[in-house]
Design a protein around this ligand. Structure first.
Ligand code: GCB
Length: 617
């Protein structure tokens, strides 16, 4: 029976994937799009709010016009961008006279009437294009959650997932001169989406990252991976994949290290590459050495900046390039407290990382979804190790194959985009997902398999579940996914949820079954900046500070303890945090307030990290 169910499940997954491929001009993600010359379509886009999806579905039977193809009795689908040719015509929308939003940027924070909006919103912009004969990709950094994309009135395809880049081949739909793009963005929370119905962050909707056109020759470098082989660190290994099948010759060049490696692709357009690592200096947070790497084939080249490192565990220790390290981390959301909304720019990323540097951190947890690409790129340059994650968060519908497909698509895209970033050391497949659902282990284990098929040079982990025996003051890691994780990571809130910090000192951790590094992916407590009170007063800085001090004492007693990313660098907006005068819509667990002021615990953590840096020097 179990076998049969698995078979039916797989069949569903395959057919869903096939269906998606059929309906979509979605193309495999272009590697290193970040550094390709491109025409940005950012700026002002007209928009229409469409909570009833009038422009998308037949109002009588709720069928999308896309699928129906017959809309003569309905208002026309909005993607046609119809205009009234004469006074008798009935067209009940008009993009040209509609207001505008900035792209990139979520819609919620740009207009007061959209603050809490979750639903369909149409974006429209025109642009001039000169046809060159090249292949043209239309690239989106991210749209939350579903994007249906139309060019000049025809559907290019759709994408689901709120935080991942995607690209379409738009070559055939573009015309000489004036063109238009329409995007239907839909950020509804749904039980079967990833994430599902609840998150502790704002569900910012819309086109949240840049949109661009990327010109490519017919045969181009579509994908590649270049990493030190963890099994044999004297070698760099990887592959190059070109866009068309057949034999293509090319080179990988790292001029600074005198490396020039030829390759020839096989019939499928793929070449395996391998060369000696001895001429390359290793990448460390203290010395984030990056190399200019150029990949060339006839008619195409792409330039990347790549660092080389190995990360491994030996028993309870973590080794970076063979050096025993402690992970001095901090968690952060993709939000800048000074500018409402989802952060997207390089300067915002620089500001957040500047604070992390002040803490003397060597690691950042990008919670709880893939952040914009400025983060991993800057982490490479500035020397931060990264934990990257997908929003398999809290209540997830493990029994639903569609949900599984969403999770897998998201994790594969995350790995695909950032697999050449030296900074990344952990691929996290989930955060605090309750372990009582029997399907959950299979769900996460299958995600792990998908990740390993793409990259086996980093750790796999998840913020796991744990059990607290309150009577005996003991914590055990009861989550079965711990066996599948390279580092055992847990979020713990002793002293905040369900108890006071005086409990922390009495708590013991029983990890005897895990001879692996223990990583505390979260701990923290809420504090309003400058709120006065003693250490027993909730929301006071003193309470938060006391909790941090007690937590370090407890953690330092655990032999496996090898790092942490406390929750969280800065206060962030969350619709769940409603307590008047104290929270007012903010999660207050930041070490820095929403106005950029550092709380007491910031300095306590910094002091702790200064000591750890010396200890592991
Ligand atoms: C958690 C979640 C995080 C929340 C945090 C909190 O465990 O992983 O997303 O924001 O707790 O503040 O409760």
């Amino acid at each position: 029976m179990k076998k049969l169910l698995t078979y039916v499940f797989l069949l569903f997954v395959i057919s869903t994937a096939a269906q998606q491929a059929q309906q979509n001009n979605l193309k495999p993600l272009l590697q290193n799009a970040f550094n390709r010359p491109q025409t940005l379509l950012d700026g002002q886009w007209h928009y229409i709010i469409d909570p009833y999806e009038t422009g998308y579905r037949d109002h009588r039977n709720w069928v999308p016009f896309d699928e129906k193809g017959d809309w003569q009795y309905s208002a026309a689908p909005y993607w046609q961008n119809a205009s009234r040719a004469d006074k008798t015509q009935r067209v009940e929308y008009d993009f040209y006279n509609s207001p505008v939003l900035e792209v990139p940027g979520d819609f919620n924070h740009q207009k007061p009437e959209l603050t809490y909006y979750e639903g369909t919103l149409w974006y429209f912009r025109e642009f001039n294009y000169h046809k060159t004969g090249n292949t043209v990709y239309l690239y989106f950094g991210a749209v939350n959650y579903r994007a249906d994309v139309y060019v000049n009135g025809k559907k290019l395809g759709y994408h689901e997932g709120g935080f991942d880049p995607f690209n379409f081949d738009a070559t055939d739909l573009l015309v000489e001169g004036k063109n238009y793009i329409i995007v239907r963005a839909d950020n509804r929370r749904e039980k079967d989406r990833v994430p599902g119905m609840t998150t502790d962050w704002w569900n910012y909707g819309g086109i949240t990252r840049s949109v661009s056109l990327i010109e490519l020759p017919k045969q181009f470098i579509e994908d590649y991976k270049i990493n030190i082989d963890p099994k044999n660190p004297t070698l760099v290994k990887g592959f190059v994949q070109v866009s068309q099948p057949g034999v293509t010759k090319g080179t990988v060049n790292i001029a600074e290290a005198g490396i020039n490696v030829p390759f020839t692709t096989d019939a499928s357009g793929k070449a395996m590459i391998q060369f000696a690592a001895n001429k390359l200096k290793r990448w460390y947070p203290e010395r984030p050495k990056l190399y200019d790497v150029q990949l060339t084939i006839d008619g195409d080249k792409t330039n990347d900046r790549i660092g080389f490192k190995t990360i491994e565990t030996r028993g309870k220790d973590i080794y970076l390039n063979g050096k025993n390290i402690f992970l001095r981390g901090i968690s952060m959301h993709e939000e800048n407290p000074f500018v409402p909304g989802r952060a997207h720019s390089k300067s915002e990323a620089e500001m957040m990382m500047g604070w992390a540097k002040e803490l003397n951190a060597n690691m950042i947890r990008l919670a709880h979804y893939p952040h914009n690409e400025n983060l991993p790129r800057l982490a490479d340059e500035k020397g931060f190790l990264l934990w990257e994650e997908v929003p398999v968060y809290w209540g997830i519908d493990y029994n639903n194959p569609y949900t599984y497909q969403q999770a897998v698509n998201q994790v594969k895209t995350m790995v695909s985009r950032d697999k050449n970033r030296a900074s990344v050391i952990v691929w996290s497949v989930a955060n605090e997902t309750p372990r009582d659902d029997p399907k959950r282990l299979e769900f996460l284990s299958n995600m792990k398999k998908e990740v390993l098929a793409l990259d086996s040079t980093r750790f796999i982990s998840a913020a796991l579940d744990r059990t607290e025996d309150k009577e005996n003051y003991t914590i055990t890691i009861s989550d079965p996914f711990a066996q599948a994780s390279n580092i055992v990571s847990v979020n713990e809130y002793i002293g905040w949820y369900g108890s006071l910090p005086d409990r922390i000192g009495k708590t013991n951790w029983d990890l005897h079954e895990h001879d692996k590094p223990l990583f505390i992916s979260e701990f923290g407590s809420g504090a309003k900046y400058n709120m006065l009170g003693d250490s027993l007063t909730r929301w006071s800085e003193d309470y938060q500070d006391w909790m941090y001090r007690e937590t370090f004492k407890m953690l330092d007693k655990i032999p496996q303890f090898r790092g942490t990313t406390p929750w969280v660098l800065v206060d962030f907006r969350s619709p769940r945090r409603n307590l008047a005068f104290i929270k007012d819509g903010w999660n207050r667990k930041g070490l820095i307030s929403n106005n950029g002021q550092k709380k007491k615990a910031f300095y306590t953590l910094k002091k702790y990290y200064d000591e750890k840096a010396k200890q592991y020097a």
